[in-house]
Design a binder for this molecule. Structure first.
Ligand code: SF4
Ligand code: FES
Length: 248
């Protein structure tokens, strides 16, 4: 006789303590830290903990998120002192014997709780012309062809989701908000090394500025912070080389 399928035991839970840096510009002069205890499952992410707090404990907790799956780039935050996406960070992978510290990314104006003003970040991004610039009609009048090798040349930097984890982990950006920052340079790289683009020199001239690539001190914070695994520091180094020697 066939045995009946066993009923799964209840999924175990654990309590995680989150200490979140709060700031309400209408009430607070300075940011303050607030503790929350949350019941979590092993599959829960930091984003799930934030949702639980917002929905069950304090509806005023403010943070950005959209896709919840590492695609939109809207929930970069400092988790235990390191820039990460809340939706890609499993609570069980953090040391839950200690509180988990969560705060907004650094170097951009704090608006409320975990939300910063992203306008300066996007201004830098826009200033490097992050779009294909190709004049005239393509050969044959239909399409701009590219070989697999040519496409592979800039594949890494196509993966950027503009989360700002790199730029807001950069000590140069913290001290000088005028610096273009790693994300803008990554997005310039994406088009500088695209064989179909005809205006690499325009971007190289922009990034040869005193607030451009030469401010980079090669600390690798940006590469460590990138949730897409982009070799950010290498991309910056390649742009520096292209400024000195011309686009290869
Ligand atoms: S390079 Fe990486 S860390 Fe920087 S904005 Fe793009 S995805 Fe985010
Ligand atoms: S919510 Fe979209 S990347 Fe995390």
């Amino acid at each position: 006789m066939e045995s009946k399928p066993s009923i799964p035991e209840e999924i175990p839970t654990f309590t995680a303590t989150l200490i979140i840096r709060r700031f309400d510009p209408e009430v607070d002069d300075e940011p303050r830290w607030q503790d929350f205890d949350v019941e979590m499952h092993g599959t829960d992410r930091v984003l799930d903990a934030l949702h639980k707090i917002k929905w069950e404990q304090d509806g005023s907790l403010t943070f950005r998120r959209s896709c919840a799956h590492g695609v939109c780039g809207s929930d970069a935050m400092r988790i235990n002192g390191r820039n990460r996406l809340a939706c890609k960070t499993l609570i069980k992978d953090l040391d839950i014997s200690k509180p988990i510290y969560i705060e907004a990314i650094k170097g951009l104006p704090l608006e409320k709780d975990l939300v910063v003003d992203m306008e300066p970040f996007f201004d830098s991004f826009k200033s490097v012309n992050p779009f294909l610039m190709a004049g005239g009609l393509p050969q044959g009048g239909k399409e701009r062809k590219q070989s697999p090798v040519e496409r592979a040349r800039f594949d890494d930097t196509t993966k950027c989701i503009l989360c700002a984890a790199c730029t807001s982990s950069c000590p140069v950006f913290w001290t000088d908000g005028q610096y273009f920052g790693p994300a803008a340079i990554v997005n310039a790289h994406r088009f500088i090394f695209d064989s179909r683009d005809e205006n690499a020199q325009v971007r190289l001239d922009i990034l040869n500025d005193k607030e451009g690539v030469w401010r980079c001190r090669t600390t690798f914070n940006c590469t460590d912070a990138c949730p897409r695994g982009i070799q950010v520091t290498q991309a910056i180094a390649e742009v520096k080389q292209a400024i000195l020697r011309g686009k290869p």
